[in-house]
Design a protein around this ligand. Structure first.
Ligand code: 2E6
Ligand code: F3S
Length: 336
């Protein structure tokens, strides 16, 4: 996309004719934004499974945390369930991008279900890290502190790679300050992939200073897509009166983008799932609007919003890209 687009790039002729003296609105689009490689792969897993096995294909949990994605896949023949017991005996089932506890594939195998795992490879990497630190519970075993948000499916999936009690969840800096592990000399930490980079750095600093022998990644396990989207929104926020993050409320990385925007100098930051949910009154007094999208939000939702804005405003659109991404992941073995 060119760096500078004008209203004429996005406005149909009849709309332009009625636009008249529409108010000017500068729009800065953050880049990168929207789909990451793990989301793209997970959606392709469901599509390819439907093609290979025929509809319906069951998906355990939202494949990614976005209603639009889920509804589009439902229209193609996916049925979303929360637990395996909702999948019939002869069903095919896909596990979501967020990962699952070990009990889930074990139960699927016990029931002879044909299952495909759409867990993002960068989440699987954290699963393997956790297993390495645990070391089968033997003499080399370390107790693991997982930095993440209670109840999130990725956290449930990662903690569920190991037996109960092997991992303690650290939700925030306060918990990092107060956690009392049995053996401070045999500790490791891992993190959720979609956390705030800045909040996590603070928590890791606390853990490292309290427990100098703690093992862990160089910084954290936050993925490239989360890191880049937060950097991109930081680069636009100071110039914006309002930043809209397109993403669903249950999307952790989208929620973090909204918080990062708010802390980075914009007057206001809002999470908006899609155009239909936009309260237009939030645009009153806004001269520069920033737009980004969570890793699970389709680019079509961004374009739909820009097109709608162009009907009410004379837009001056700028793409501000802080990093190019070229990550892709292969499909899991049975489909790849
Ligand atoms: C899997 C792992 C990380 O809520 P969260 O941000 O984790 O998930 P989505 O589905 O919104 O984003 C993609 C994703 C999938 N991120
Ligand atoms: Fe994977 Fe990160 Fe996306 S963990 S699903 S690449 S947000």
């Amino acid at each position: 996309m060119p760096d500078q687009l004008t209203v004429s790039d996005t406005l149909a002729d009849d709309d332009r004719a009625t636009a008249g003296a529409a108010r000017d609105l500068r729009v800065i689009l953050a880049g990168p934004r929207g789909f990451c490689a793990g989301v793209d792969r997970a959606i392709r897993v469901v599509e390819e499974a439907i093609r290979a096995y025929g509809a319906p294909v069951y998906v355990r949990h939202e494949i990614v945390h976005n209603r639009t994605v889920v509804e589009e896949l439902e229209a193609k023949g996916a049925i979303f369930v929360e637990e395996l017991d909702e999948v019939p005996a002869d069903g095919h089932v896909v596990f979501s991008a967020h990962g699952v506890p070990k009990t889930v594939p074990a139960e699927a195998a016990r029931r002879n279900l044909l299952y495909l795992d759409a867990t993002c490879p960068l989440v699987s990497k954290v699963h393997r890290e956790a297993e390495r630190h645990y070391a089968d519970g033997g003499p080399e075993s370390r107790h693991i502190l997982m930095i993440g948000h209670a109840g999130h499916p990725e956290v449930i999936g990662t903690m569920g790679q190991l037996p109960p009690g092997a991992v303690t969840l650290i939700n925030d800096a306060e918990e990092a300050r107060t956690v009392q592990p049995a053996d401070p000399a045999r500790l490791a930490f891992i993190t959720q992939t979609t956390l705030s980079v800045d909040d996590t750095a603070e928590i890791v600093d606390i853990l490292r200073s309290r427990f100098p022998l703690i093992e862990g990644p160089k910084r954290e396990d936050i993925c490239y897509a989360t890191t880049n989207r937060q950097e991109a929104v930081k680069a636009i926020a100071p110039d914006c009166d309002l930043v809209i993050v397109i993403g669903s409320p249950n999307s952790s990385n989208s929620q973090r983008l909204r918080e990062v925007a708010e802390r980075s100098g914009t007057k206001r930051a809002l999470l908006v799932p899609k155009l239909a949910a936009l309260d237009w009154s939030v645009l009153e007094g806004v001269r520069t609007l920033g737009i980004t999208a969570g890793a699970s939000a389709p680019e079509a939702l961004v374009q739909e919003m820009v097109t709608a804005l162009a009907k009410s405003y004379t837009l001056k659109i700028e793409e501000r890209t802080v990093k190019e991404e070229n990550v892709t992941f292969r499909l899991p073995a049975p489909l790849g």
